[in-house]
Design a protein around this ligand. Structure first.
Ligand code: DLL
Length: 436
């Protein structure tokens, strides 16, 4: 399976690609300098003008943009097009604070559909496919992004949006979707609900899942692939840059191809803000190089990843970003040790006996941080003796201590007792925030 939606761009010779990126960056910088006072001032403060940007390598001279800049310029302050040219608004609430608003021109919407169409092809979705879109529709970019991409390739779209999980299962069975788009945590919830309803794998036709919008581990991937009998594709994106479709896995599953002819990626050291070379980890930064409505220069995503420029057997020449396993904001610090929820996820799933439904509860007692890992036990373990349950808790606790260097309390809870997510899963409950 090796099909491209847009071979000219996806397989472009890298020298030609860099040329094109330079050209597009020049146009973007000129556009924001002329139309967005925020960027004009930032560039003036750095003593640079649009003519200083000649090739893509000059990108490092440009100022960064952070989420607070979007909030400070709420709602339309960073738009580079007049309102009459803005055909769509999307927004993201994040975990805290004000909404961040994004404006698209018709061309931006077309570009978004284009990169989502490429993503669909990467996941083997084409006009013969039936795609159930169970990402939320609305201001969140997941639903509409997947919808436009699936329509663009000519697939049959089933726009269920998220929620009403039993109905999702009935529709999967009755309409015969071959691809499912939703968050990985919701995919798992759909799989569990399917089992509870007695719907078996031979009653559904799913072949692939296009999952993203939240961090998820390879252990979780295997779990979902097993439960739904499908191949999973990781899709990455953020509303500030366009929505889903910034990067996606091909069938080699060796990182996510960034659609570099539209979104230029960099990795920086989050402390020094200096760029780091391909192959080294750091914070992902994106510059949109074709956007009209709200172009962003060097937007700091807070997502941790690395870039890989080695050739991919699929023939696409765009660099790949490593699966994002966490954002610096999600990192919890327990008595000085840094932990990402995904690190705990890997341990839990690999241990077996528990279900991949978990919550990390962080607190502070007697001036010391505490971490409690709540995880659902399997039905089998639940019906076993208390002694076995305690033993399992002890084993998980020991494993967390060896692997992550933190002592955590592990509490196995009843099956189905933790809240299920229909969108982005909440993995951490930090009670320290209320105590400061
Ligand atoms: O989550 C867009 C999206 C929708 C992507 C559907 C993929 C699928 P936001 O709500 O603005 O946009 O959240 C963006 O979500 O900075 C990451 O921290 C996280 N994220 C998105 N995709 C992935 C992924 C959408 N595949 C934020 N793996 C980003 C890990 C992801 N984290």
């Amino acid at each position: 399976m090796n099909q491209y939606w847009n071979k000219t761009y996806e397989c472009m010779d890298r020298t030609a690609l860099r040329e094109l990126q330079g050209e597009r960056l020049r146009a973007t910088v000129k556009r924001v300098y002329e139309n967005v006072p925020f960027y004009r001032e930032k560039m003036q403060q750095k003593g640079i003008a649009p003519m200083d940007i000649r090739t893509i390598d000059d990108i490092v001279k440009l100022p960064f943009t952070v989420k607070d800049d979007l909030r400070d310029n709420y709602p339309y302050g960073l738009f580079a097009s007049p309102m009459q040219d803005i055909t769509r608004l999307q927004a993201s609430s994040g975990t805290t604070g004000r909404l961040t608003v994004v404006g698209y021109t018709q061309r931006d919407i077309d570009t978004w559909a284009e990169v989502m169409a490429r993503s669909m092809y990467c996941a083997g979705v084409d006009r013969s496919s039936i795609v159930q879109v169970s990402y939320g529709y609305g201001l969140f970019t997941g639903g509409l992004g997947a919808h436009y991409g699936a329509e663009r390739v000519g697939a049959t779209v089933v726009p269920t949006s998220s929620g009403n999980t039993e109905r999702q299962v009935r529709l999967l069975r009755d309409f015969g979707a071959t691809a499912l788009c939703c968050t990985p945590s919701y995919a798992l919830h759909i799989a569990d609900t399917m089992e509870d309803m007695g719907v078996t794998l031979d009653q559904i036709k799913l072949k692939s899942g296009i999952f993203g919008a939240e961090p998820w581990t390879d252990a979780m991937r295997k779990e979902i692939e097993h439960k739904l009998g499908i191949e999973c594709f990781d899709i990455y994106g953020l509303s500030e840059i366009t929505g889903p479709g910034v990067a996606v896995e091909c069938n080699n599953h060796n990182g996510l191809h960034v659609f570099e002819d539209h979104f230029f990626p960099e990795i920086i050291d989050p402390d020094t803000l200096e760029p780091v070379p391909d192959g080294q980890p750091g914070e992902l930064v994106f510059t949109t190089i074709t956007k009209e409505g709200m172009p962003l220069l060097r937007y700091r995503t807070r997502d941790l990843s690395m870039l890989d420029a080695s050739p991919c057997p699929c023939g696409r020449t765009h660099r790949r970003m490593k699966k994002v396993l966490g954002r610096s904001d999600d990192m919890i610090v327990i008595r000085g040790v840094n932990v990402f929820p995904t690190q705990v996820e890997t341990i839990l799933i690999e241990m077996g006996e528990v279900e991949p439904h978990y919550l990390l509860v962080v607190d502070r007692e007697n001036n010391a941080d505490t971490l409690e890992v709540q995880v659902e036990m399997s039905q089998q373990l639940f019906s076993d003796e208390v002694r076995r349950i305690e033993e399992t808790e002890r084993r998980i606790r020991a494993r967390i201590l060896t692997m992550l260097g933190i002592s955590a309390k592990v509490r196995l809870v009843e099956p189905h007792s933790l809240p299920r997510s229909e969108g982005k899963a909440k993995r951490v409950q930090d009670n320290r925030k209320n105590k400061m």
